[in-house]
Design a protein around this ligand. Structure first.
Ligand code: BV8
Ligand code: ZN
Length: 242
């Protein structure tokens, strides 16, 4: 009974909202078959993501880090967006003010048609030259394990934000603006432990937004939000927006 009441309360809020912001994490792509970070399927050769997704790891062993990204690219290349991705792309088209902030590098939101989005941790289908800084789209699977820049032959790295690296200023500015100006914030499929994304719920709440979490498990955000709906993103998100 409680869950139904919560879902109908959230549906009512969304139905009359003109400004909605959404924050997503690996959980929204889990229903597409993309391994999450902290789920049992998140490990590769027993390395934790935090061990490999760092500038130190790349400096130490760029071949190992590229082998990991190549494994993820090969995996993600076979995956498609799920209903949760698609209804968010549809919501964007229906609303005056909508912004999507994703921590995911899998590119599935773009593939579902989302355009008003900040990929704050980068995109696995983009590469950046470590010498001249040139950024290119590269969907080669498998990719050469130590790929080189077409402009200066420098070593390429994934165009992704690693632990210890700052996010792009324009992504941060756009995200904080969307958090401070929304009437409803939906937080979907994130464990809420990686910063600065883990600090976004209180920012929106302090600005007066109605904050909703959709997640399989409870998280540090659960204490902060107005409503926490526990369930699968591909089921709960379409139900909220239908
Ligand atoms: C930075 C790209 C300036 C890489 C990623 C303050 C306090 C403490 C530490 C810090 C702090 N400020 C900065 C830090 C350091 C660090 C940090 O936060 N560390 C953590 C681990 C404590 N942050 C940084 O380094 C950031 N940079 O702040 O720069 C600076 C630097 C140094 C010091 C100060 C300031 C950069 C962070 C970005 C790193 N890059 N990704 C790659 O992908 O290869 S982060 C990566 O991990 C993801 O992008 C994502 O952000 C995070 C994983 O989290 P989730 O997406 O939430 O996934 P997870 O598996 O954890 O959870 C999934 C959830 O879904 C679960 O709850 C599960 O229940 C749920 N779920 C599962 N299935 C479903 C589902 N829900 C619904 N439906 C389902 N079907
Ligand atoms: Zn270059």
């Amino acid at each position: 009974m409680q869950a139904e009441r919560s879902i109908s309360a959230v549906k009512a809020r969304l139905a009359r909202a003109r400004a909605v912001t959404v924050l997503t994490g690996a959980g929204i792509s889990a229903d597409s078959g993309v391994p999450t970070f902290r789920g049992a399927d998140g490990l590769w050769r027993n390395f934790r993501a935090e061990d490999l997704a760092t500038p130190e790891a790349f400096a130490r062993d760029p071949r190992l880090v590229w082998e990991w990204y190549n494994w993820r690219r090969e995996l993600i290349a076979t995956k498609s967006p799920n209903p949760a991705h698609y209804v968010l792309a549809d919501l964007e088209r229906r609303l005056e003010r909508f912004w999507l902030i994703t921590q995911n590098v899998d590119g599935l939101h773009r593939a579902a048609g989302s355009q008003q989005l900040s990929e704050i941790h980068g995109n696995i289908w983009k590469v950046r030259c470590t010498r001249c800084g040139r950024v290119d789209e590269n969907r080669t699977v498998p990719i050469a394990i130590l790929p080189s820049c077409t402009a200066c032959n420098g070593l390429l790295r994934p165009h992704i934000v690693w632990f210890g690296e700052s996010l792009a200023t324009e992504d941060l500015d756009r995200s904080y603006e969307a958090l401070r100006r929304c009437e409803v914030l939906l937080i979907i499929g994130t464990s809420g432990v990686v910063y600065p994304a883990a600090s976004f719920a209180p920012v929106a709440k302090a600005a007066g937004a109605f904050v909703v979490e959709i997640n399989l498990d409870a998280t540090p955000n659960t204490e902060v939000v107005d409503v926490s709906l526990q369930g699968r993103a591909k089921e709960v998100v379409p139900e909220l927006l239908s």
